[in-house]
Design a protein around this ligand. Structure first.
Ligand SMILES: NC(=O)C1=CN([C@@H]2O[C@H](COP(=O)(O)OP(=O)(O)OC[C@H]3O[C@@H](n4cnc5c(N)ncnc54)[C@H](OP(=O)(O)O)[C@@H]3O)[C@@H](O)[C@H]2O)C=CC1
Ligand SMILES: O=CC(=O)O
Length: 289
């Protein structure tokens, strides 16, 4: 079956590549069209516009940076909405807020199409390895249709009910992750300033109750100030902002998330937005001076 794929950034490229490797016929589109070339070398076809991809494919997956991008690709000229019709599916795997997802869902359904949101947990490497955790919500029939593709891109797919629940789950997870990254950064800096070897701190953490893959993976690179982007900091800050808005809607005070968001904003203002989100360590170091 021909599957469409819109958005070939860090995540989209790896996810579309996995589909190709596993025998899916994939038609891709990216705003910067040159990013399609590598996928074409692996057998993908290219659609000139999102509308052209949707016209060709039974269902189309999107992996875009943020709510503005997700809305633009659907609603703008030559966008998804122009070719959506009865029988077509649209699966948005971008991390956005529930409001954005619901707006897209309503528009797709108003043209007779089907919609599923399916944001993912897991970064560049899990995307390359087909080990993402997929947090789907929306139309169950489209979920069932997309399961073969999800099985290639991920290690586990959750179906969470009505549209919005996938977005909310993803924002809760990333709010926790952003707070953890800030606490970790403060701990690394505290260890250094108080005369401890941060490498030894990593060993101690890894043996105890708060051992986790993120500390293990990011700790050594942070100590070496290596922030090659796997998960861009600007996207983590977007997720903190959207999670704080969700807290706002639910009258939940989240002072730890709010302070973490400030550190990510500071890092963005220092020009670190395109680096890995672990570069918040640099902002934390400055803030503590
Ligand atoms: N990286 C990660 O570890 C993870 C990321 N995510 C989420 O997945 C999504 C994608 O992340 P990632 O691949 O890292 O991001 P990238 O920044 O690498 O890629 C973003 C993609 O969105 C496209 N895009 C941005 N703005 C527009 C626009 N206005 N119109 C059309 N296309 C646009 C970019 O196109 P162009 O190439 O032209 O710039 C690119 O294809 C984000 O929502 C992120 O939060 C979720 C889990 C993990
Ligand atoms: O959204 C980022 C991730 O690592 O998950």
């Amino acid at each position: 079956m021909e599957v469409g794929f819109l958005g070939l950034g860090i995540m989209g490229k790896a996810m579309a590549m996995n589909l190709l490797k596993h025998g899916f016929k994939v038609t891709v589109w990216n705003r910067t069209l040159s990013k399609c070339d590598e996928l074409v070398e692996h057998g993908a076809s290219v659609g000139e516009t999102p509308a052209a991809v949707v016209k060709k494919c039974k269902y189309t997956i999107a992996m875009l940076s943020d709510p503005a991008a997700a809305l633009s690709v659907v609603f703008d000229k030559d966008g998804v909405l122009e070719e959506v019709c009865a029988g077509k599916g649209y699966v948005d795997m971008s991390t956005v807020d529930a409001e954005t997802s619901i707006k897209i869902s309503e528009a797709i359904q108003s043209k007779g199409g089907h919609f599923l949101e399916a944001p993912v947990s897991g970064s560049k490497k899990p995307a390359e390895d087909g080990q993402l955790v997929i947090l789907a919500a929306g139309e169950k029939a489209l979920f069932e249709q997309a399961v073969p593709a999800f099985n290639v891109m991920g290690k586990k797919s959750f179906f969470l009910g009505p549209v919005g629940n996938g977005a909310k789950m993803k924002l809760v997870v990333n709010m926790i992750m952003g707070c953890m990254m800030n606490a970790f950064s403060e701990g690394l800096e505290l260890a250094s300033r108080s005369g401890l070897d941060p490498h030894t701190l990593l060993d101690v953490l890894d043996l105890g109750a708060i051992a986790n893959p993120m500390f293990k993976l990011k700790g050594p690179t942070m100590i070496n100030s290596n922030y090659a982007p796997a998960f861009p900091l600007k996207h983590q800050q977007k997720d903190m902002r959207l999670a704080l808005a969700l807290g706002d809607e639910n009258a939940l005070s989240m002072p730890i998330a709010a302070a973490s968001n400030e550190a990510f904003k500071k890092a963005r203002s220092l020009g670190l937005g395109d680096l890995d989100f672990s570069a918040v360590f640099e902002a934390v170091k400055l803030l503590k001076h």
